[in-house]
Design a protein around this ligand. Structure first.
Ligand code: F6R
Length: 605
């Protein structure tokens, strides 16, 4: 989704702005722009398409300005075009904006003196700020007055040719981080744009405005009262945001799951002690013992990780009831949560707007909230009562892979902590603990042993335009996730179904334009899933079966995965289908890391 960068200091701002925008490309965007100010004059460059276009524009027309702001835009109001790209200008001010100003039509109607050039809500906000920016008024005060009238979400950065010594930034619902350097200050909507420049940062909260200059920052609230902010250390290193020799971030992120999962489990899974230890829950033993219900909230892959975890949680914790909900639906439902509920709020980015809105709704009802979050310091991570950081490292590719595995593992650990606190028999919890400890190696094995076979299989299925994924029990959520992964990066229309549901509708689709991915676990439901396979075969299906069983399976293609895991084998099978989706997308020549129309971290509704 949209990205913001800014620089004020003694160096040429243009250099950082363009590099910073390249770092934010992974979030998904369709136009980009920067403005720098030199001697009270602005140099504005905007381009439709890739940030590379800006590289050319800035090379042809370099600016020595030491203050500037930049933006990557993912269109919400108005098509992707140079005119709609940010920065948007009004009078002396230039504005970049993430989020949506919901009352922009009403505001626009009031701003009769401004000639609007773009279709954006951002230009309306720029004009609104400008309307308060009389001679003698400070930019920060004009911004504060305008924001009091704006309804919606925003992360903004504003510069003025009249006050070239600073940048004014503000947020409400859209993240902004201020990087504190030596005699220079950076602004970014995402920590990855700051890596290598500074690791000292101030996270802006909703309702805060900061004036950023080379000497530091002054933060105030919307009523201009001064605030004291803590400087925190960002723990993202350069290696983590580079491809490190892989063709795509997606392949890197699939391949690094053994290590990222070890980071999730490290210090938490203790096989010798037969226990799980989680540090950040902020719950007493009495509170953990009292948990009777868990509600899991997330979007997309995070939601599917929650669905998968729900199967395990009800196996692990005796008597526990669970529901899992898609955040965009849940936030508007008249939901009631039973007594002794804990809500698990699952998000890789920690910034997803719908998930954040659910968190706030749940908190209003006085329910304990725990985050299952990857991005340290993100908004959701800061607003939950406690939680488990999954420590999977930056996920750059838009399609989420390593986060899914770590989120599922984190929620399983949480279930084990509840079970052990409630006094569960070790013989019931130990198999899960042992399998969690083995899981990274088992994932390593599938990547090492099956990758080339999967790449070959992918060649056979790359030309289909429809696919149906199915499985039962713990591989049903894996089927849902497999279909999502395939559709978002290959653009093959794919649906996930519970195998038992095929006869209730989807089997009507089976014909030569379709292929089917059947997930079969070697357990008490194996024969039942085999029946589903036979029914699809009988109708001329083209089945690719993925299984941890050694038994013969009647399917067009069978991938046997050799894993010693029984309970957690679904997470191993999932890695195989991640690779399958990856190789199909590559074969179809797609932009694997930045699939069309998608954005990483969906910060608008
Ligand atoms: C799928 C994908 C999305 C995200 C969803 C939630 O590959 O990336 O479905 O999982 O947008 O994002 P987070 O986890 O950041 O809340």
């Amino acid at each position: 989704m949209c990205g913001i960068v800014g620089y004020v200091g003694s160096k040429k701002a243009q250099e950082y702005l363009v590099t910073g925008l390249h770092r934010l490309e992974y979030r998904g965007y369709d136009s980009a722009g920067i403005v720098t100010i030199d001697d009270h004059k602005a140099t504005l460059h905007r381009a439709k398409g890739k940030v590379e276009e800006l590289d050319q524009l800035t090379a042809a027309n370099p600016s020595s300005g030491t203050v500037g702001i930049g933006h990557t835009r993912w269109a919400t109001h108005g098509e992707p075009s140079i005119t709609n790209a940010h920065p948007q200008q009004s009078g002396d001010i230039y504005l970049v904006h993430n989020g949506i100003i919901e009352n922009y039509r009403e505001l626009k109607a009031e701003l009769k003196d401004h000639k609007f050039a773009s279709e954006t809500d951002t230009e309306v906000l720029a004009a609104l700020i400008d309307s308060f920016y009389d001679p003698g008024t400070k930019l920060v005060d004009a911004v504060a007055q305008a924001l009091q009238l704006a309804v919606g979400t925003y992360g903004i950065a504003v510069v003025s040719t009249r006050e070239p010594e600073h940048i004014v930034v503000a947020r409400s619902g859209s993240p902004l981080i201020i990087g504190v350097g030596e005699g220079e200050t950076y602004i970014a909507s995402d920590a990855s744009a700051l890596v290598g420049y500074t690791d000292q940062a101030v996270y802006l909260n909703d309702g805060e405005i900061a004036v950023c200059s080379a000497d530091g920052i002054d933060v105030v609230d919307l009523a201009s009262r001064p605030l004291t902010k803590e400087v925190e250390t960002i723990e993202v290193d350069m290696q983590a945001i580079q491809k490190q020799g892989y063709d795509h971030f997606l392949l890197k992120e699939i391949s690094e799951q053994p290590q990222t999962l070890r980071s999730t489990l490290n210090g938490r899974v203790n096989v010798a002690d037969k226990r799980i230890k989680l540090g950040g829950l902020n719950m007493t033993d009495d509170e953990l013992k009292a948990v009777e219900h868990i509600t899991i909230i997330g979007c997309g892959t995070a939601y599917y990780a929650g669905v998968l975890a729900s199967y395990y949680l009800e196996q692990i914790v005796d008597g526990l009831t669970i529901d899992v909900a898609v955040a965009s639906e849940f936030r508007y439902r008249s939901f009631h949560l039973p007594k002794n509920t804990v809500a698990l709020v699952v998000s890789q980015s920690g910034e997803t707007a719908d998930t954040l809105a659910c968190l706030r709704e749940i908190k209003k009802r006085g329910v304990k909230t725990l985050g299952i979050i990857n991005a340290v310091g993100s908004t959701i991570a800061r607003e939950v009562d406690g939680g488990i950081y999954v420590h999977a490292g930056p996920e750059i590719s838009v399609a989420s892979t390593k986060a899914f595995t770590s989120q599922a593992a984190a929620m399983i650990m949480f279930g084990l902590v509840i079970a052990q606190t409630k006094g569960a028999d070790v013989k019931d919890t130990l198999p899960y603990i042992e399998e969690l400890a083995e899981l990274p190696t088992e994932i390593e094995n599938v990547i090492k042993n099956n990758q080339s076979e999967i790449a070959e299989i992918a060649k056979r299925y790359g030309s289909y335009n429809h696919a149906l994924f199915f499985g039962r029990d713990t591989v049903y959520p894996v089927a849902l996730e497999g279909a999502l992964k395939l559709k978002e990066i290959s653009y093959i229309q794919a649906e996930g179904y519970a195998a038992g549901e095929l006869k209730h509708g989807p089997i009507a689709l089976v014909d030569d334009s379709f292929f089917e991915v059947g997930l079969l676990l070697d357990n008490w439901l194996f024969d039942k899933t085999l029946s589903s396979l036979s029914e699809v075969n009988a109708r001329g299906g083209h089945i690719f079966a993925i299984t941890n069983s050694k038994k013969a399976i009647d399917a067009e293609t069978v991938l046997h995965i050799d894993t010693k895991l029984k309970l957690l084998a679904p997470l191993v099978l999932n890695v195989a289908q991640q690779l399958f989706a990856y190789y199909i997308a590559v074969a179809r020549g797609n932009d694997v890391d930045q699939p069309r129309n998608l954005a990483k971290s969906v910060t608008v509704e």
